[in-house]
Structure formats: structure tokens, C-alpha cells
Design a protein around this ligand. Structure first.
Ligand code: URA
Length: 231
């Protein structure tokens, strides 16, 4: 089978990574949802979506959860999801990717110095994970953070991702309250040289309603780039 025949081929080779197993049993509601889609959409990924990019990168981007017909279909975060268009064009603009994003996992895109993951690895009904699902899936987020030896910056897309990152780092939420455009120096708090950057999620809803503009999103990544270029 060649790359182009394989719907699950991912352009950047997967490293030994703490990703959820295909039949992860932690969240019964999410297992039932993805099993139902395995019956009706047999050619979709329909499983926890693994992180994508460079495990040795300095930047981790944390989204919310795969979209049903996007990342849940293609098996790569933000790929096939509307939100991916702004995210991947921004990564290209600030030098965090090589190649062209074509919204399919075999487009050959590589992430440079950067990894993308989700706070919740499985698609939730109506894009809304429950607090318990977010809590249960946090073990994978914690393991992902722990598996990035050179991590210096995290971009959290939206408040849910932000809160899950703060908790994954063992911090109280009040230590780093979510605010679009804010950055939190976690060096003293989390005991590591790490800055958390907050952004509104680049969802279709947020961009269509003007809650988040491309300029606002670019400003967040400009701040990340400035930070990484000075350490
Ligand atoms: N697709 C993802 O993988 N994550 C999101 O947060 C949104 C869309």
C-alpha cells in the first residue's frame, strides 16, 4: 500500500508517544459515540486522534477535541476541521511548518519545533466534552507534556484547553487565569522554564462572530515566536 492509498498515513512519522490506544475505554460516552461512527463511516479514523508534529519541539499547541468530520475523520489534529485553516496558515507564517497544508493527513506537511495535541483525544457529541471526560483524558495530556524534553511554550486554544493544561501542570487555576492574549510565566510555579500563551479557540464560531480575528491570532503566535527566539 502506498501513502496515497492509506487513509491513515500521517505525513510526519509518529514517535514513541503516550497517545491513547485506539479502543481507549476511559470515557464510555465517547467510546459509544466513536463505535457508532465506526459502523456508519467505516473509512473514517473514528478513534483517539494522536498528537501530530515534533515531540522534541519547544512549542506545544493544545486544542479542545477533534471535530466529527475533521480530525475524527482524518486522524490528524485540526485536519479537515474549519479551525485548521487558520491554525495551519498561522504556523506556516511564523515558521513552525514546512510544506503545504492541504487538509489531509497525506499532504506531506511537517511541523517544525512544534507539536499539536488536544485536551480531549476523542470526538465528543456536539463538540462538548463533559468535565469528567476532560479530567479523564488529562492523563494523556500530562504524559504528552512530560514526553517533550525541550518544551518551552504552550499555546492553549480556548479556556477549556487552558484550564486542562494548568491542571496538568499541577497548578491551581487561579495561578494562571485564562485571558486571550495573556502569557503566563510558569517558571516559578511549575518549576520549569515554560510560558503558557492563551488564545481564543480558532473555531468557525469564534472567527465568524469576530471574537477572534486572524490578526488577533497572529499576535499570539508572534509573541510565541519572539519568546522562542530569545531563549
Ligand atoms: N480539531 C481539533 O483537532 N481540535 C480542535 O480543538 C478543533 C478541531
Amino acid at each position: 500500500m502506498t501513502h496515497s492509498d492509506d487513509p491513515f498515513f500521517v505525513s510526519q512519522p509518529r514517535q514513541h508517544f503516550p497517545d491513547a490506544p485506539r479502543d481507549c475505554p476511559l470515557c464510555p460516552r465517547l467510546s459509544t459515540f466513536r463505535n457508532a461512527h465506526r459502523k456508519t463511516q467505516a473509512d473514517w479514523h473514528n478513534a483517539p486522534v494522536p498528537s501530530f508534529g515534533d515531540q522534541n519541539g519547544r512549542l506545544l499547541i493544545v486544542g479542545l477535541a477533534p471535530g466529527l468530520q475533521g480530525a475524527n475523520r482524518t486522524g490528524r489534529p485540526f485536519t479537515g476541521d474549519y479551525a485548521g485553516d487558520l491554525l495551519y496558515s498561522t504556523l506556516d507564517r511564523f515558521g513552525f511548518s514546512t510544506g503545504q497544508f492541504r487538509a489531509r493527513p497525506d499532504d506531506g506537511l511537517r511541523l517544525d519545533d512544534c507539536l499539536i495535541t488536544n485536551a480531549v483525544r476523542c470526538v465528543p457529541p456536539e463538540n462538548k466534552p463533559t468535565p469528567e471526560e476532560i479530567r479523564l483524558c488529562r492523563s494523556y495530556l500530562e504524559a504528552t507534556i512530560a514526553a517533550m524534553p525541550d518544551l518551552r511554550a504552550i499555546v492553549a486554544l480556548g479556556r477549556i484547553s487552558h484550564d486542562s493544561v494548568v491542571r496538568a501542570l499541577g497548578l491551581p487555576l487561579k495561578a494562571a487565569p485564562f485571558k486571550h492574549g495573556a502569557s503566563h510565566d510558569l517558571a516559578s510555579m511549575a518549576g520549569q522554564n515554560l510560558t503558557l500563551f492563551d488564545s481564543y479557540h480558532c473555531s468557525r464560531y469564534n472567527t465568524n462572530t469576530g471574537v477572534l480575528t486572524a490578526e488577533m491570532f497572529h499576535a499570539v503566535f508572534q509573541a510565541v515566536r519572539n519568546r522562542l527566539d530569545t531563549i
